[in-house]
Every structure is written in C-alpha cells, then in structure tokens.
Design a protein around this ligand. Structure first.
Ligand code: ATP
Length: 324
C-alpha cells in the first residue's frame, strides 16, 4: 500500500514543533527508514501514522484515503517495539493468534495465519513456549510474527533491535532483511542507528529537529549527503572549511565546504604530508589520527600499521570529496 504524509506538524508545547512540515511517500512493499538523533521527532511521526497521536496539521493518506480521523484499530497497521511488548502469560502461539482473533477470523484461518507467521520467523518448534523461556532475539521474532499474522498494510517498527546485544542485533538484522524480501510488507522503521538504516533500508529519510534533511537510497545518503548534518550523522567524516589550503591541495572546488570519509584517504608517495599522532589497530583497519602542516587534525583509516611520529603522504580521489 502507498503511504503518504504531507506537511505533517505536531507540537506538545507552544514554543517547539516536534514535527515540522514533514512530507514523504512510502511505496508499496518498501522498507522506509526514519533515521535521526534522539529527540528529533521520528517516533512522533510513527505514532501519528499508527493513530496514537493526532497531528496538528497535515495529511496522512493510505492510498488515496485520508486517515487522520480513522482510529488506530481501523488502520490495519501493526507495531513492533524495542521492548517486544508480548504477553508473558500467553504461549508464543497464543501471542501470535491474538491479532487474527481480535479480527474475529474463523479458527482455521487463525491457525493458518499463525503457522505461516511462525514459519516465516522460523519459530515453529517453539510455538508452545512462554516468553520467559525465550531469548531476547526469539522474543523479538515473536513480536514480528505477531505483526505479520494480522497481514497489515503497514508495519511500524520502533527501534526493534535496540535491546539486543551486538551479535544478536546483526543476526536479527539479517533475518529482518530475509523476512522483508519474502513478505514485501510495507514498513516504516524508526532508528538512530545509521548502520541499521544503511544495511536494511530501501530508502532513508534523515530527520533533524523535527524536519527532514534528506530522503534517498542508502548510497545516495551516504555518498552524496545533502548537507553537513547528514554527512556527519551517517558516519565519520573530515570536514574542511571552504577555500582551506588543505582543500585546495586536494583539488576541491573553491567556495564550498568539503568533506571526506576516513576510508577515502589513500597513502601515496607524493601527496598531502601529515604526521601520525596516534595509531589505533581496530582489527579490520587501522585508524590514524594525523596532523597536516596547516595544523588540521584528520582521521584516516588504512590497512597497514604505522607508528606515531612518522610522516605519511595521502591523497583523496576527487569522486570521494563530498561538497557540503
Ligand atoms: P528517541 O529516539 O529518543 O525516541 P525520537 O526522535 O523518536 O527520539 P520523539 O520520541 O518523537 O523523538 O520525541 C521528540 C520530542 O518530543 C522529544 O523532545 C520528546 O521529549 C517530545 N515528546 C514526545 N512525546 C511527547 C509527549 N507526549 N508530550 C510531551 N513531549 C513529548
């Protein structure tokens, strides 16, 4: 289903707009991300789509139908939260059956829906367990299955992986990708984790202080950030003021702030000279903190060990210079 929001606004107090003129369209089957720092308003947008909060202004459309005044239970959305929100006294099966039962489907169809959802999240064997006997990752799979079982037009995911440790988070991220490819349910996914967004999203809207800064595919956002906020939020970056002598040495166009990511620097025999101040081995790469002759501190990621005190020379390909 196509989900459109137009010029959405929301304030909780007279002096700040938590959501300020937000517009975007989610295409049918798309995994659309709202990404931004804590407090930027992304959960408020999600809650307005679910119908838990009324917008002050703007429109919410499911296909052509305006949904602003439709109560949450009639929107055919499902939510997956960070804290799972599954019922501890019900088995996995009963948790998943809850939604289809509330829709008063007949018993056969409920069973079919539950078994299908269990199969998709690969939890068939654990159908009769209670949540207390499941790991965090398994509980989140149940929450996901419960959302899928109502066959919603839109799944709203609010930081669904935040409570999991790093290994499980990556594992479940891959699962989410597989499940989304299999079901192609339209999803709005809210997170502050750029890696999650880059790895899972079809498109990302980057939010800051109630506004959308940029909408694009992961590579558009990462490789062609619209401004400095987006560039910095999406990952480590070295930023140089316009017309800085170092920017000129890197052949950057005049009159624009320019940035480059630490991995874009290449060690060469003739290039910008810099003294290594600190060298940190990080397994997959070595992070150098260097200082150029102009006193600029820069972060470079390379694949070799270099001891502090040495002078290196580096260059950045013009395609990797980001104009901000
Ligand atoms: P987080 O990742 O921390 O949840 P967020 O980007 O999802 O952040 P929101 O939860 O949408 O941000 O909150 C945006 C701002 O609105 C915050 O400053 C928050 O304190 C405020 N806010 C949210 N809900 C309410 C409410 N019901 N009443 C008053 N203020 C609220």
């Amino acid at each position: 289903m196509t989900i459109t929001i137009r010029h959405l606004t929301k304030s909780f107090s007279a002096d700040t707009r938590v959501v300020n003129d937000v517009s975007f369209t989610i295409q049918p089957g798309e995994m659309f991300f709202l990404l931004g720092p804590s407090g930027c308003g992304k959960t408020t947008v999600l809650r307005m789509l679910a119908g838990f909060i009324d917008p002050d202004g703007g429109d919410i459309l499911f296909q052509e139908k305006r949904m602003n005044d439709v109560p949450p239970q009639h929107r055919n959305t499902a939510m997956v939260f960070q804290n799972y929100a599954i019922w501890p006294h019900l088995t996995v099966y009963e948790n998943i059956a809850y939604g289809p039962r509330a829709k008063k489907l007949d018993d056969d169809l409920i069973r079919q829906r539950v078994m299908k959802a269990l199969r998709i999240v690969r939890m068939e064997e654990l159908a009769q367990r209670k949540p207390a006997h499941l790991s965090g990752g398994q509980q989140q799979r149940v929450a996901l299955a419960r959302a899928l079982a109502v066959e919603p037009d839109l799944i709203l995911l609010d930081e669904p992986l935040s409570n999991l440790d790093t290994r499980l988070r990556i594992e479940l991220r891959e699962e989410l990708q597989r499940i989304h490819l299999e079901t192609r349910t339209t999803c709005l996914y809210v997170t502050h984790d750029q890696e999650e967004a880059l790895s899972l999203a079809d498109r990302i809207a980057v939010m800051n202080q109630g506004r959308i800064e940029q909408i694009g595919t992961p590579s558009e956002i990462y490789d062609h950030p619209a401004n400095e906020f987006v560039a910095r939020f999406m990952g480590e970056i070295n930023v140089l003021p316009s017309n800085h002598s170092l920017a000129q040495m890197l052949n950057a166009p005049a009159g624009r702030k320019v940035g480059f990511r630490p991995q874009s620097a290449q060690l060469v025999s003739e290039g910008v000279a810099a003294v290594v101040k600190r060298s940190t081995y990080l397994g997959s790469k070595t992070e150098l903190l260097v200082e150029t002759a102009t006193g600029e501190p820069l972060k470079l990621w390379i694949n070799e060990a270099i001891t502090p005190g040495q002078t290196i020379h580096f260059q950045v390909a013009s395609k990797n210079l980001l104009l901000l």
